[in-house]
Design a protein around this ligand. Structure first.
Ligand code: DGL
Length: 267
């Protein structure tokens, strides 16, 4: 990072979910440069074998970091973070921030039980079960893994109205059982309003704001500079996105120029 230039943040996910994290980080640090990369070629990550996930994420991120002069990486995906962070940190010499289910803060405020809504992979990960063992604070944790919920968020960003009856059906296993729910997939803050309609009495917790603060902390002085001008916003996908026009309309509203393709090299 040069003195004059603003730092570049690479935000990564399998799909559009990481945009929920991007929105929190950029709200706190608007003048930084942002590259958003999503690996839609391998979406959904919640159904991918571990080794494929580790290989793809490490290769995509190292490629991009080398090409674009990135200063900090945010793995805005719980499914990837619960498994690839140690590999990335071992090969990169810049900070790597991950997103993992907010079991700890949720358990502190819960009086009944906590629900963890995440991908099928995240609810089975050893990392997640260690988090529950160490931080559930004596509360019981109900697990719900669903890829359909991830798809619903993808569809919403492309302009489709969320079907509340379908959402209720997906969330049925945890209805009336919990008083706090962890949105343990970065796609879910994008449908938070609708989830709240189905779970009106439940407090919903996600990690977006904590990630933004962590990025600011890691950037030190560079994260404190008062700049009025917004930085560069670039969005890249590993394959051609479905309903690309609708998706481009959504990302344009978030300040990006249209999506460019950046396939995984050397496949
Ligand atoms: N957004 C992701 C997460 O936080 C992954 C969704 C998926 O590709 O299954 O887990």
């Amino acid at each position: 990072m040069t003195e004059a230039a603003q730092p570049t943040v690479l935000v990564f996910d399998s799909g559009v979910g990481g945009l929920s994290v991007y929105q929190e980080v950029q709200a706190l640090l608007p003048s930084l440069n942002y590259i958003y990369l999503f690996d839609n070629e391998a979406y959904p990550y919640g159904e991918l074998p571990k080794q494929i996930l580790i290989d793809r994420v490490t290769r995509l991120i190292t490629q991009l970091v080398k090409e674009q002069g990135v200063d900090i990486v945010v793995i805005a995906c719980n499914t990837a973070s619960t498994i690839v962070l140690p590999y990335l940190r071992a090969i990169l010499d810049i900070p790597v921030v991950g997103v993992v289910p907010a079991i700890k803060p949720a358990s502190v405020i819960a009086s009944k039980a906590v629900g963890l809504i995440a991908t099928p992979a995240t609810v089975t990960r050893e990392y997640t079960h260690d988090l529950i063992r160490d931080f559930a604070n004596g509360k019981s944790v109900e697990l719900l893994g669903s890829t359909r919920l991830v798809d619903i968020a993808e569809e919403k960003l492309r302009g489709k109205t969320v079907d509340i009856d379908e959402l209720k059906q997906v969330l049925t296993p945890i209805l009336n059982k919990i008083d706090v729910a962890v949105l343990g997939c970065t796609h879910f803050p994008l449908i938070k309003e609708e989830i709240q309609m189905v779970l009106p009495e439940v407090t919903l917790v996600d990690s977006g704001k904590a990630i933004a603060r962590r990025v600011q902390e890691l950037l030190g002085e560079a994260g404190k500079k008062e700049e009025t001008q917004e930085g560069r916003r670039l969005i890249l996908s590993s394959a051609s996105p479905w309903e690309e026009d609708a998706l481009n309309r959504a990302v344009t509203k978030l300040g990006f120029s249209p999506i460019q393709q950046h396939p995984l090299q050397g496949v």
